[in-house]
Design a binder for this molecule. Sequence first.
Ligand code: UD1
Length: 428
Amino acid sequence: MREKLVIRGGKPLCGSVTVSGAKNAAVAILPATILCENECEIDNLPDIVDVHLLDSLLCSMGAKTSASKTTMTIDAGGVKEYVVNNDAVKMMRASYYLLGALLGRFGKAEVCLPGGCAIGLRPIDQHVKGMEALGASVKTEYGMLKAEAPCGLVGTDIYLDIVSVGATINIMLAAVKAKGRTTIVNAAKEPHVVDVANFLNCMGAKVKGAGTDIVRITGVEHLHGCTYSIIPDQIETGTLMIAAAATRGDLTIKNVIPTHMEALSAKLIEMGVTVEEGDDTLRVTCQKKPKHVNIKTLPYPGFPTDLQQPATVLLSTAEGASIIVENIFESRFKHINEIRRMGANVSIDGRVCVVEGVERLTGAPVRATDLRAGAALIVAGLMADGRTEITGIKYIDRGYDHIENKLKQLGADIHREKLEDIDEYDLM
Ligand code: UD1
């Protein structure tokens, strides 16, 4: 059933909430289970559409899975198929991890080209460069990405021309069972890169240096089953921190890793928001209008592009003008048109937008065009006067674990409604 989110804004978010496991780690760790032929138990999985899609994909390939709440066991021993041509793959950006995992296990892989959020060109040349350096021949044919290493994969030095989370993880997946040593130079350092490396090591791989810009992998012959718990979601945490500030709330967020949030915490503090760190909690309080700040998105530990959209919304009612530079994805300002409908005053020039703080946002029908734009519109709805209706929420469900239930529990007036034909805005 197609649905929309309906929010009556203006209520401060107060209380405490627990974040779910990291989507971006989960969507890499589930394909990574293909690398071993025994059972893996993965805990702290978020209950999101992308995880369900991967579950059914793994089953369609011959894996046996069983899931309960936040835990899934996967036995990929029965996977014999190295060709994945499935509608689910086309819907998910992270399906490219199947390429690295299948190549690592079988020495060949055929995966239909990935889908995912339309936030820029999103080429995969660095993934391909990495696989080729390891000895695979890679070609695109009939919408499929085909990779084959008839003589096996052999470790080598790979310099990434651009810092890419996906390419770093994908090369790690392909290299853990390659012969000899692989070095990835200019690797991404995001928390979920480290989480995937920790999971691989838990299966018996030898990955060192994840979290720095040089990752060294010594190939092993076999990987074994293991039990692993995924890290908390950095972006869900950040979205909630921003929502707390945007609604002038008092929110304690539990099950977080505060060091993962430093770039956002620093910006919130610069805005005049109070951020208190505990061991695995963050308390965010905000009583007055935030001050304007400038933000440049950068690879970790810089300000995450995934939080740029919600942060832009927060700044739309700040005091003064803020300048936001989006350095990672070229089309990540699609939420701006929507918040303009709510009264925001924002101008865009290429990768730069200038947000002039206005007194308030007012509720309106708006449409999510991608996952984080959806999160940004939820923040906008929570801070606006009156009723906001958000369509396109299939994007939000891909990556946020029952976000409206969590917000409701914090005092927000938010619920789902069936989408009527009259909600034509969603059909555009
Ligand atoms: C991942 C995250 C996404 C986040 C992004 C940046 C997952 C599933 N998704 O996406 O939420 O916004 O990191 O933190 O983890 N690029 C190339 N060639 C390549 C690969 C990437 O030019 O082969 C470019 C991209 O177009 C982009 C930049 O590199 O401009 C960074 O992309 P990348 O880090 O690869 O993002 P994703 O892994 O797709």
